[in-house]
Write a protein that binds this ligand. Structure first.
Ligand SMILES: [Zn+2]
Length: 175
C-alpha cells in the first residue's frame, strides 16, 4: 500500500512535493488537512476580447490604455477600461494612461491562481495616476512587502514577448 503523502504547513512546500511525487497534504493553521494532487488539465479556448481589444493590443505596444468619458461635462477617466462611463453612462473613448503612478494600497499574496503560483509570494497593488479617477489593480514586482508604502512611485513594465493577457504589464518601484 502506498504511504500517506507528506504533510506541509506552507503551500510552497506542497508545490515542491507535487513536483516530486504528485500528491501532498496541506495542513492549515488549525490543523485541518487537505489532500492536494497534481492534476494535468488542458483545453483549447477561443476567446474574443471584443471591445476590450485595444487594451491588450496596447500592452503589446507598450501603452497602458484607459478610457475617458466622451461627455464634455464629465470626462471621467477610468484606469480599468470601460465601454461606458460608470458616472454618467455616456460612451467612452480610449486614451493612454501615464506609465508612472503611485501605490494607493497593496496586498501580498501567498497563494494565487495557477498562472501566479510560481510567483508567490507576490504583491498586488492598486495604483493611482495623476488625472485618472479610478485605480488599476496590477502586480508589483521587484519589491518585498516591507519595501512598500502608500504613495510609493511606481512605473509600468511591459512584457517583451506579449501573450495578449493582463500579465503583459506589471509595475516596479520607479527607478
Ligand atoms: Zn461620464
Amino acid at each position: 500500500m502506498r504511504a500517506r503523502p507528506p504533510s506541509f504547513g506552507k503551500f510552497r512546500e506542497v508545490q515542491a512535493e507535487l513536483e516530486r511525487s504528485g500528491a501532498a497534504i496541506f495542513r492549515d493553521a488549525e490543523g485541518a488537512e487537505s489532500l492536494i494532487i497534481h492534476y494535468p488539465y488542458s483545453i483549447n479556448y477561443i476567446h474574443s476580447y471584443a471591445e476590450d481589444s485595444p487594451f491588450f493590443l496596447g500592452l503589446a505596444e507598450g501603452h497602458l490604455r484607459g478610457s475617458r468619458c466622451r461627455r464634455p461635462k464629465c470626462r471621467f477617466v477610468f484606469a480599468t477600461p470601460r465601454g461606458h462611463c460608470m458616472v454618467c453612462g455616456a460612451p467612452t473613448e480610449w486614451l493612454d494612461l501615464p506609465t508612472v503612478g503611485r501605490v494607493h494600497s497593496w496586498t501580498t499574496c501567498h497563494f494565487g491562481s495557477e498562472a501566479f503560483l510560481k510567483e508567490t509570494p507576490y504583491n498586488l497593488a492598486m495604483v493611482e495616476f495623476d488625472g485618472v479617477g479610478s485605480l488599476l489593480l496590477v502586480r508589483l514586482k521587484e519589491a518585498v512587502e516591507s519595501d512598500l508604502y502608500v504613495g510609493m512611485p511606481v512605473q509600468a513594465v511591459f512584457e517583451p514577448n506579449p501573450k495578449y493577457s493582463v500579465t503583459d504589464v506589471w509595475f516596479v518601484p520607479k527607478r
